[in-house]
Design a protein around this ligand. Structure first.
Ligand SMILES: Nc1ncnc2c1ncn2[C@@H]1O[C@H](COP(=O)(O)OP(=O)(O)OP(=O)(O)O)[C@@H](O)[C@H]1O
Ligand SMILES: [Mg+2]
Length: 306
């Protein structure tokens, strides 16, 4: 469980279903109109990726993330640190969730637990009905690589490779020779508006452009879920807004689930829902519904986080 997420930790995926969720303690109620897509819309979207797994209860909307009673205690040489205590959170496919909270509130810990990079001390986390903590190391690594896209604050691009080679890296590392590799890489670079920069190395790209390459790479395997820990932490406000808009577009147009940790209300405002952590607990949620209302998020966040 201690393996570091790498460029190849990306994934094959799942189609979207709907937005909003009942019975989740307010974490992910209906957003974006809260409707379920029509059957033909679901079918059309499902052709985008591998078939969606059936929900445990066919009557309920399928959850992509189901966090129940999660506690995380870090054991150091001298003492225990309680990072999360009793977190419940459910997320439906196709939702863009922002996690906000002050430094040390447990945001990264929660994201790492979702990514199976560390195991909960108590409670359980299901990603597409799979409990990563109960998998073998190898199965967990493969699950992460094939079903998740992970984006880092510092982009994690290989400096000696071009943008296109960095996007293709998960397949290179996996030893996969895909006949459609060039077309797929260019499709992704077009999505992030970098098709003209395919042959450029990271040092010839701005921070925002490097992060867009990293996002394209995270999408290579058509992941169901993208986890991003402060992806705009090194970027100025204009570049940050481009990244948030891109993430919102990926969630809306491709139906992918995105969980993004951010410190910035302006970033949270692009999300469907903001989950606020304080001292390792979910203290509330905000519903900017992707409307970009940073003032609403800033005000609501101040009330919840302090
Ligand atoms: N490996 C670790 N060993 C011991 N304590 C840890 C470890 N990782 C995190 N912690 C502690 O757990 C708590 C939550 O940390 P976490 O990194 O999840 O916070 P965060 O909300 O992401 O903060 P930041 O905004 O500064 O990134 C903090 O008190 C932190 O010191
Ligand atoms: Mg953190």
């Amino acid at each position: 469980m201690s393996d570091t997420p790498g460029a190849n930790d990306n994934a094959e995926s799942v189609a979207p279903a709907s937005r909003g969720s009942p019975g989740d303690g307010g974490a992910t109620q209906a957003t974006g109109g809260g409707r379920l897509p029509a059957a033909d819309e679901r079918d059309a979207r499902q052709t985008h990726g591998p078939a969606r797994r059936p929900a445990l209860d066919e009557g309920a909307p399928p959850l992509i993330v189901d966090v129940r009673g999660v506690e995380k205690i870090y054991q150091t040489a001298t003492h225990e640190v309680s990072a999360l205590s009793g977190v419940d959170l459910t997320i439906l496919p196709g939702t863009f969730i922002a996690i906000m909270g002050s430094s040390g509130s447990g945001k990264s810990t929660l994201l790492h637990l979702m990514g199976g990079l560390t195991a909960p001390t108590a409670g359980r986390i299901l990603i597409e009905n799979e409990d990563l903590a109960r998998m073998s190391d190898r199965a967990r690594t493969l699950f992460r690589r094939r079903r998740m896209g992970i984006i880092f604050q510092d982009y994690n691009l290989l400096p000696t490779l071009t943008a296109a080679e960095n996007v293709a890296l998960p397949w290179t590392v996996d030893g996969r020779r895909m006949p459609n590799e060039k077309a797929r890489v260019m499709e992704l670079l077009r999505l992030v508006h970098l098709e003209q920069r395919a042959d450029h190395r990271p040092d010839a790209l701005s921070g925002g452009e490097q992060q867009r390459v990293a996002i394209a790479r995270a999408l290579l395997n058509d992941p169901a879920i993208i986890l991003a820990d402060e992806p705009t932490g090194n970027l100025d406000s204009r570049q940050s807004a481009e990244i948030w808009q891109l993430m919102q577009r990926i969630a809306r147009e491709q139906g992918r689930t995105i969980v993004m940790v951010t410190h910035e209300a302006a970033g949270g405002a692009y999300a469907d829902r903001v989950v606020v952590l304080r001292d390792g607990r979910v203290v509330g949620t905000l519903e900017p519904k992707g409307g970009g209302d940073a003032a609403l998020v800033a005000t609501g966040y101040q009330e919840l986080a302090s």
